[in-house]
Write a protein that binds this ligand. Structure first.
Ligand code: ADP
Ligand code: MG
Length: 694
């Protein structure tokens, strides 16, 4: 028997069953069976006594005798009942559905094991549909029994749990030849990991709970380890092979700006990430760095200072944002900051007129234009730089991999890449999703920011919500009202938005109210946004177009309507539109009265914390990694045992192990790492394709 032996030749299977198993469960070989892990276990190691029973037990096993078997009619229905007793007491057994065959199987007054879950009925313990086994030699050794995921189609053809258990029992006997260790011995010792063979044996037939835990830990570790090893090797490869333009100097552009134009002191975190970025760009290796920072943490300033370093070294820079509004805003903000410095900057988006584009294209090519801000219009082939040295991508999750590749191609030696995201990625995902990137984190807000106060309100509170809103407006602050916009019910959503707008206009006659949604033309959108930014409108009624990055520091209140319809990360992004100066800001989450458990959890999380990382962890728990990252990535994160939401500690341990290994033996050439290398090559090296932002 080997890993690749067809299951057809296993005892109890044969060609027909083999075909079924292949078609339905994708089990074709002995190896597939070994990796078909149980979904749960029956704990047959412990025998309870009737006296020990209490209400909150899971399934339990008892040993004793059955008596008083009888059929009881109630109405047109019948049920079967019996007494079970051991030396300490008795419980009721009951069958609501049964056949004559089943009834005949129940033996009275003989020593049996029964197994099932306990309920309390009429103040007595009772077990419905117990599993019954007569005590004989075979049942003497009581262990944990594996239960495998199965389908009705298979069980009808005799492929039941018993068969699974028997087959796996036979296969696990061969483990010494089937399973080879893939981690070096010193690893197992240092990390207190079970051997691979023991893990496979115990995951199917655990000796006890502790052993099962150890087996699971080992198998999870292995998955996390090899997965991360892939990224680490990729990153290492990038660091040695991807050439980039070195930026050795910090010169006049940077220094003049820093000394004469910087409107505030940088936070410690901003300084630190700048140093990290600077460290990268100094080398003749292309930078490939992710800048994570919660909404409002000041990523734009870091971006600008980074661009100035590129300029100091004789290179142009570009900044790409996912929407027109954002690109416009970056352009406005950066132009203001650069006023008086003489640095040239232009905006290029889809709505820039043809006639205006021509000089932009020309000045980019001849090098007169130093900084270009825009949307994906930047990616068009006609946009050619004289020497693009740095490309910054804001809110990267909106851009696809292929789009980013086009940026790389804008210069012979690819530009340094800085990807900025305000969507914190749970640490466990960051390890997998981004671990081929270098990551910088701004984990500190500008001084004096007060945490946004978030409250959950319902329709019945609307009057007081409006009163609160009026109080903020009276202080001279501004307010966002946000309505959901979800594709499937778009028409209805626009109706809600329109109704909401009319309602708000009616309630706040003394204030100017703006309106913003995705169906407006780009210049209308921009005008609405600009009016709000300049304080000419006091309230902005909007769909989620304002979601990403919009910066109006005077806005102190955001009211999110039907907030149960938003995802967590979206709510967090929306909330980040306020709290952008040193005054107190507020977020009110309006919901209907009826909430699903999941929406309740989302709302509660928002009320409880402002920490984007914590929010992302909850989001991961609720949605799972596939949903969080989008389908493109989720396939790669198909782990058998590892759970990204639960196994953070193990993932951290395995990451450390990978780092140590790569440091010691970067090409895995040491004899101790031979098996590890072979295993990696066979099972992992082809799997990681999308990691690089190329
Ligand atoms: P984000 O990280 O969400 O893109 P921004 O770059 O838009 O954040 O910055 C949010 C606000 O904080 C802006 O108004 C910006 O001018 C301001 N800001 C950034 N850094 C600092 C700082 N070190 N001190 C004070 N205010 C700052
Ligand atoms: Mg931003």
């Amino acid at each position: 028997m080997t890993h690749s032996t067809s299951i057809e030749f296993l005892k109890g299977i044969g060609p027909d069953r083999a075909k079924l198993l292949r078609d339905v469960l994708h089990i074709a070989t002995v190896g597939d069976f070994l990796n078909y892990f149980p979904i749960r276990y029956l704990d047959k190691s412990k025998i309870y006594t009737a006296a020990e029973l209490h209400e909150n037990l899971p399934e339990v096993q008892l040993k004793g005798t059955i008596s008083n078997l009888q059929e009881i009619s109630y109405g047109a229905k019948k049920r079967l009942s019996a007494q079970f007793q051991d030396e300490t007491g008795s419980i009721n057994l009951v069958w609501f559905k049964y056949s004559k065959w089943l009834k005949d199987q129940i033996v009275e007054n003989k020593s049996v094991f029964i197994y099932g879950s306990i309920t309390v009925f009429n103040q007595a313990f009772s077990m419905a549909h117990p599993e019954i086994e007569v005590e004989d030699l075979e049942t003497q050794q009581k262990t944990w029994l594996p239960i495998y995921s199965n389908s009705e189609k298979l069980s009808k053809r005799g492929i039941n749990q018993k068969l699974f258990q028997n087959i796996l029992k036979n296969i696990t006997l061969q483990i010494p030849i089937l399973i080879q260790e893939n981690l070096p011995n010193y690893f197992l010792k240092a990390l207190n990991l079970m051997s691979r063979q023991d893990a496979y044996l115990n995951v199917h037939f655990p000796k006890d709970e502790l052993t099962l835990k150890a087996a699971n830990r080992r198998l999870k570790f292995e998955e996390a380890f090899f997965f991360q090893l892939g990224y680490a090797l990729k990153k290492q490869n990038h660091h040695t092979n991807a050439i980039g333009n070195p930026f050795p100097i910090v010169g006049d552009y940077f220094n003049n700006f820093f000394i004469n134009h910087l409107p505030f002191d940088l936070t410690g975190a901003q300084k630190r990430v700048l140093k990290e970025i600077r460290g990268d760009m100094r080398k003749s290796i292309q930078m490939n760095r992710l800048l994570q920072g919660d909404v409002g943490s000041g990523k734009t300033m870091v971006a600008l200072l980074t661009m100035l370093i590129a300029l100091d070294n004789g290179f142009q820079s570009c900044l790409m944002a996912p929407t027109e509004i954002l690109a416009q805003q970056h352009y406005n903000g950066i132009s203001d900051l650069l006023e008086g410095t003489g640095i040239t900057i232009s905006l290029l988006t889809g709505s820039v007129k043809k006639s205006a584009r021509k000089p932009i294209h020309e000045n980019l090519l001849n090098g007169d234009l130093k900084i270009l801000v825009g949307t994906h219009a930047l990616l068009e082939p006609i946009v050619q730089f004289k020497n693009l040295g740095l490309a910054i991508i804001d809110e990267q999750h909106r851009f696809g991999v292929a789009q980013r590749a086009k940026l790389w191609a804008k210069n012979k030696i690819p530009p340094h890449i800085l990807v900025m995201t305000a969507t914190p990625i749970p640490r466990t995902l960051a390890m997998s999703f981004y671990s081929d990137l270098d990551v910088s984190v701004i984990d500190e807000m500008p001084i004096g920011r007060k945490p946004i106060i978030t409250a959950h309100r319902r329709e019945k509170d609307r009057v007081s919500v409006y009163n609160f809103c009026r109080d903020e407006l009276k202080k001279g602050r501004q307010v966002y009202f946000v309505y959901p916009l979800i594709e499937e019910s778009e028409t209805l959503d626009y109706k809600n938005l329109g109704d909401g707008y009319a309602h708000i206009v009616e309630h706040f006659p003394e204030y100017k109210i703006g309106f913003l949604h995705g169906r407006m033309k780009p210049d209308e959108k921009d005008a609405a946004m600009q009016k709000f930014a300049r304080g000419e409108t006091h309230i902005l009624v909007s769909t989620t177009v304002i979601e990403v990055g919009v910066n109006v520091p005077n806005a102190s209140l955001i009211i999110i309507e039907s907030s149960e319809r938003f995802g967590l990360s979206q709510l967090h992004q929306l909330r980040g539109r306020v709290g952008r100066d040193s005054e107190q800001s507020y977020c009110i989450l309006m919901t209907s009265d009826k909430l699903t458990n999941e929406s309740r959890k989302r709302i509660k999380t928002m009320v409880d914390t402002n920490d984007g990382f914590k929010i992302s962890e909850v989001d991961l728990e609720i949605r799972g990694p596939g949903d969080l990252l989008g389908t493109q990535q989720s396939g790669v994160l198909d782990f058998k045992k590892l759970n990204l939401a639960e196994d953070a500690i193990l993932i951290a341990e395995s990451k450390k192990a990978v780092e140590k290994l790569i440091e010691k033996d970067p090409f895995l050439n040491h004899v101790d790492h031979k098996d590890l290398k072979i295993y990696y090559k066979n099972y992992y090296s082809g799997k990681i394709k999308w990691g690089k932002i190329s």
